[in-house]
Ligand binder design. Structure first.
Ligand code: ATP
Ligand code: MG
Length: 198
């Protein structure tokens, strides 16, 4: 049977349990062989609106958080390619590297509402199925099937967690523990990311 490969893209600044719960449940529910946490090099839709942590630091947090969870991986593909991270390029690269694989692009509800703003989204729609995961704070998507997407829905416990809130917590000195996996919290402390030290 063809390899079933999930691609979960994000800025992961920082990675949190909302991302990881979505990833492992997508893998389970859709019987994916693996899910790669695809760290954006330059998140072009965020650049200019706020300071984004260095890509290597975000990657190391993802690597630490993923640990040895079966079927979950951290990917450097977008870092190694450099430049702005377009999912269309990433999906094409994953297709080339995994001939015959069935590709699944995993997004939360908020991102599923913005697909039309993606660079060459038609190519993504052509090459991959879309996996949509519920996320509190945004309504469920409408019209994706009518827009030609092959859609799979994955339901997870509602986790009202965002990297934006975690960065604010860090600046205020509030704990990140348990919202961010311990090994990733250690990377944050060791490098003084988000002004957290010790
Ligand atoms: P930020 O607040 O900086 O935008 P974020 O928490 O939204 O951070 P991203 O890296 O922007 O994290 O998101 C990567 C992907 O993870 C997106 O598809 C997003 O919808 C999804 N996601 C993030 N948090 C959750 C959550 N709590 N539940 C479900 N999906 C989530
Ligand atoms: Mg986001």
């Amino acid at each position: 049977m063809a390899t079933r490969l999930g691609i979960f893209g994000g800025t992961f600044d920082p990675i949190h349990v909302g991302h990881l719960v979505a990833a492992v449940n997508a893998r389970h529910q859709l019987d994916l062989d693996r899910v790669v946490m695809m760290v954006a090099n330059v998140p072009w839709q965020k650049a200019g609106t706020r300071l984004v942590s260095p890509a290597e630091d975000r990657f190391d947090m993802v690597l630490a958080a993923v640990g040895d969870v079966p079927g979950l991986e951290a990917s450097r593909t977008e870092l190694d390619r450099g430049g702005p991270s377009y999912t269309a390029d990433t999906v094409a690269e994953m297709a080339r590297a995994n001939p015959g694989a069935q590709l699944f692009v995993i997004v939360g509800w908020d991102v599923s509402a913005e697909l039309a703003s993606w660079e060459r989204f038609e190519e993504v729609r052509e090459m991959a199925s879309l996996v949509v995961v519920n996320r509190p704070g945004t309504p469920p998507p409408v019209g994706l099937v009518q827009q030609g997407w092959r859609v799979e829905e994955v339901t997870v416990p509602n986790l009202d967690i965002s990297s934006t809130d975690l960065r604010a917590r860090a600046v205020d000195g509030r704990p990140l523990d348990y919202l961010v996996p311990g090994p990733a919290v250690r990377v944050i402390r060791e490098r003084g990311l988000y002004s957290v030290s010790g």
